[in-house]
Design a protein around this ligand. Structure first.
Ligand SMILES: Cc1cc2nc3c(=O)[nH]c(=O)nc-3n(C[C@H](O)[C@H](O)[C@H](O)COP(=O)(O)OP(=O)(O)OC[C@H]3O[C@@H](n4cnc5c(N)ncnc54)[C@H](O)[C@@H]3O)c2cc1C
Length: 402
């Protein structure tokens, strides 16, 4: 067992924190206040290799491993949840499923512009009437010769109104419920495909969250990802990766909240002394540190399993469940330490509190994660091999040009 990050991991960690400090922190408050997506960051993140950090070089990626992916997510959310969400959706929910399930032709066609950030991509699973209950989706796809005709509505989709590409799910065989779902890659501009933005969210104001409407959208057969009926497995394998980035990001948010709470506690005085001197304040800081330490262990273990190519649905679910709840509690304590100032946007902690709540809902609610954990504990839930697993990280393959 080795708890040490490699020199390469330390390098990417330093790079991402440096990027977050110089490029995100100075601008994000304004974007958040204006409820605007910081599109200017996408090409910058692409140029740094973050948009395709764990994709092989042959597909335009940076050729790094899944631990590096977690570190990038952590560093981004240390600065802002909305920016981490962008990477989670674009890379974990869209590009990685193409890498895992796509044909060689699809990988070569779709991945390079995603890895560089030239194209931005999203993932449309949730519908107005179906969130946790994926099999309850109403979207339909019917095949007519060389095309599928898609109809349906997707809701609460991160990047919906700014993305170029859409990985969406629709039923090709409704009788078969979750076994009748198929995955498709849609492109902006396809007739019948429209999108919009959802306003007035509780948090992640700098993230674009929206809806996708499909009205008789003609999708070529070659845009189907995987086989007919494999959509549910594709969606769940994608979510295994995105949950990992959500958990890692939550660790980043907790670190930011703790750093800012310590700085504030040292300078804010009550009754003639800094509030840092009071044991009840120290207790909140100690508990933040405890959550960060536990969260990091869960995240790194999930990343280590991914690197080895071992299925990690249970471990990733545990990391996501723990870290997002821990981040919400940590953000709440950070507001408490800041007192009334924490209740305003003068400091960052109010934004952390708003943003951290979203992560307790998306990528499986905390209730869903408890059902998953109980299912494994009782032995009711078992991982079955997939037709195509996410490959183990092999540095020779990942870094080779072709
Ligand atoms: C900011 C944000 C971004 C998002 N981005 C995306 C995206 O990019 N793509 C995408 O496809 N979706 C996205 N979502 C949607 C998200 O995945 C869903 O909101 C989530 O899956 C929960 O579904 P729901 O909101 O329909 O809640 P529901 O499924 O209706 O659940 C409502 C409540 O009931 C509880 N519940 C449901 N079933 C059970 C059960 N069996 N046992 C116990 N309790 C249960 C839930 O835990 C929850 O508390 C996003 C959501 C948010 C808030």
């Amino acid at each position: 067992m080795d708890f040490e990050l490699t020199a390469e991991h330390k390098m990417i960690r330093d790079m991402i924190y440096d990027f977050a400090r110089k490029e995100i922190k100075p601008i994000i408050k304004e974007y958040d206040k204006n409820h605007e997506f910081p599109m200017e960051l996408v090409p910058k993140m692409g140029a740094m290799g973050f948009m395709g950090v764990c994709l092989p070089v042959r597909y335009g990626g940076a050729g790094m491993d899944y631990i590096s992916f977690g570190l990038v997510a952590e560093g981004l959310e240390w600065a802002d949840s909305s920016v981490r969400e962008t990477l989670a959706v674009h890379l974990a929910l869209h590009a990685l499923p193409i890498f895992q399930w796509g044909t060689e032709e699809q990988k070569q066609r779709w991945l390079p512009p995603l890895a560089t950030g030239e194209k931005l991509a999203c993932f449309g699973l949730t519908e107005p009437g179906a969130g946790s209950d994926v099999a309850g989706m109403a979207s339909r796809a019917r095949r007519e010769g060389d095309v599928y005709i898609l109809n349906g509505e997707k809701m609460w989709i991160t990047l919906a109104d700014v993305a170029d590409r859409f990985l969406v799910f629709a039923k090709t065989d409704p009788e078969k419920k979750h076994r009748g779902i198929t995955a498709f890659v849609l492109e902006r501009g396809m007739p019948g495909l429209t999108t919009g933005t959802i306003e007035d969210k509780l948090g992640v104001w700098a993230s674009n969250t929206g809806w996708i409407s499909m009205s008789d959208v003609e999708v070529p057969v070659e845009n189907r990802l995987g086989e007919e009926g494999e959509g549910f497995k594709i969606a769940m394998s994608a979510i295994d990766n995105a949950r990992y980035t959500v958990a890692a990001g939550a660790v980043g948010l907790m670190k930011a909240a703790m750093e800012e709470s310590i700085a504030y506690a040292k300078q804010r005085k009550t009754f003639g002394q800094p509030i840092a001197n009071y044991q009840l304040v120290q207790q909140m800081i100690a508990q933040m540190q405890q959550r960060i330490d536990i969260g990091e262990l869960l995240v790194y273990k999930a990343g280590w399993l991914k690197n080895k190519g071992v299925r990690n649905t249970r471990e990733t679910s545990m990391a996501k469940w723990f870290c997002t709840e821990a981040a919400f509690q940590t953000a709440s304590d950070a507001v408490q330490i800041h007192g009334a100032y924490g209740y305003s946007d003068e400091y960052n902690v109010a934004r952390y509190l708003r943003n951290s709540k979203g992560a307790v809902i998306y990528e499986g609610t905390s209730q869903v994660h408890q059902l998953i954990q109980a299912g494994y504990a009782f032995g009711w839930r078992k991982d079955k091999p997939l037709r195509k697993e996410l490959p183990a990280y092999d540095p020779d393959y990942w870094t080779a040009e072709a």
